[in-house]
Design a binder for this molecule. Structure first.
Ligand code: 2PG
Ligand code: MG
Length: 434
């Protein structure tokens, strides 16, 4: 990349899957190659995430406009990077990080910076006429032999702040892991999704979907959600546990009562429980259902509770830190030192550059913490994370259910990658994690 320079940077305000504004960036290199990227946006955001710059003008998009961030792309960042060449995205990101100079990217906005970072790698892939996952793999310095297609964690039943159905747990996911190919796993996931829809319909539950494309029925309890999912797996003709397991994203910060240090989970007649009670609840669920992964089981700042959770369940279950770690090296490092959690959710916009995302993933690899590449609940048609999952070889991707095109866009890209790799003599294996 030494000879090519960035000739044009163009930011614009576009819309995400919830109809909220977000940032799109288009970068053109001196050979004419153009790459584009669209920035996602979360709803259950971690308090420690990098800053998403919004206009706050109540007269536009209820204050959610992104014109300031777009201006930062078109003026400050464009002036900074235009005419320059970079050996990799890390060099570009370093320059932008210096220009921002704040710990949470509050000057220029993580949405502005990330848009440029992602658009750049897409432009490089176009220029090199290679799939993006190969470019990312090289820039990350991950051995090519470690690349693999990820197991999809498919959120087929939504609750929490992604639905208004009264379920506290935000995501009930199926994990089709016991298959020889990604496409077979995805097929199983889709078939289960359709069987679940039929079951819900027969039982007179709503089959309307939540933000991530999973159903959002008004069920009586979290257990009932798990029972229905397990039944759908059986009816679809798949083997529970060995072929298809279950994962949860509890997103417990969204129902944590910080002052009382309790979780407002309705449970056996009680309105709330403490962290030990919640851990016992998870233990009970793990005994009853084939749960292989629990994300954000406790609040993002309940480190003491996390330690107990990890000691009790860490040996049998993947414990993923999302709001806890916010994809940031300093927080993941603390987790590793204190032996808290054993996996990290990777969301590019929590940290705001690919450089820092790569560093967090490298830290996971060095310390045998698993990494799960993830979408946000507010998404777009952008498919960069599909390539990040493959190029990093992390082995898992969480990108929603089998409906809503912004979710399927990533799964469809993984199908294309699977085919491309096979036809170009470098077939990718399907990850074995569980
Ligand atoms: C999560 C995500 C994505 P959000 O909590 O893991 O599923 O949700 O983007 O709303 O933070
Ligand atoms: Mg989460």
């Amino acid at each position: 990349m030494t000879s090519l320079t960035i000739s044009q940077v163009r930011g614009r305000e576009i819309l995400d899957s919830r109809g909220n504004p977000t940032v799109e960036v288009q970068i053109t290199l001196s050979d004419g190659a153009m790459g584009r990227a669209l920035v996602p946006s979360g709803a259950s955001k971690g308090q420690h995430e990098a800053l998403e710059l919004r206009d706050g003008d109540p007269n536009r998009y209820l204050g959610k406009g992104t014109l300031k961030a777009v201006r930062n792309v078109n003026e400050t960042l464009a002036n900074l990077v235009k005419g320059k060449s970079f050996r990799n995205v890390q060099e570009l990101d370093t320059l932008m990080l210096e220009a921002d100079g704040t710990s949470q990217k509050s000057k220029l906005g993580a949405n502005a910076i990330l848009g440029v970072s992602l658009a750049y790698v897409n432009a490089v892939a176009i220029s090199q006429k290679r799939p993006l996952y190969l470019v990312l793999n090289e820039m990350m310095g991950v051995p090519a032999a470690e690349m693999q297609l990820p197991i999809p964690l498919m959120n087929i039943l939504n609750g929490g702040v992604h639905a208004n159905n009264g379920l506290e747990i935000q995501e009930f996911m199926i994990v089709p892991h016991g298959f020889s190919a990604f496409s077979e796993a995805l097929r199983a996931g889709c078939e289960i999704f359709h069987h679940l829809k039929e079951m819900l319909h027969e039982k007179h539950f709503s089959t309307a979907v939540g933000d991530e494309g999973g159903f959002a029925p008004a069920l009586e309890s979290n257990e009932q959600a798990l029972e229905l999912i397990c039944e759908a797996v059986r009816i679809a003709g798949y083997q529970l546990k060995t072929q298809v397991a279950v994962a949860l994203d509890v997103a417990s910060s969204s129902f944590y009562l910080a002052d009382a240090k309790r979780y407002s989970l309705r449970h056996r007649g009680e309105d709330s429980i403490d962290s030990n009670g919640l851990i016992d609840f998870y233990q009970g669920l793990c005994d009853k259902f084939p749960i292989v992964s629990i994300e954000d089981g406790l609040d993002e700042d309940d480190w003491a509770g996390w330690k107990v959770l990890t000691d009790k369940l860490g040996g049998q279950c993947q414990l993923v830190g999302d709001d806890l770690f916010v994809t940031q090296v300093a927080r993941v490092r603390r987790g590793i030192q204190e032996k808290i959690a054993n996996a990290v959710l990777i969301k590019v916009n929590q940290v705001g550059t690919l450089k820092e995302t790569f560093e967090t993933m490298a830290l996971c690899r060095e310390n045998k913490y698993r990494a799960v590449t993830s979408h946000r609940s507010g998404e777009t048609e952008d498919v960069t994370i599909a390539h990040l999952a493959v190029g990093s070889g992390c082995g898992q991707i969480k990108t929603g259910s089998a409906s809503r095109s912004e979710r399927l866009a990533k799964y469809n890209e993984l199908l294309r990658i699977e085919e491309w790799a096979r036809e170009n003599g470098k077939p990718l294996r399907f990850a074995k994690v569980f």
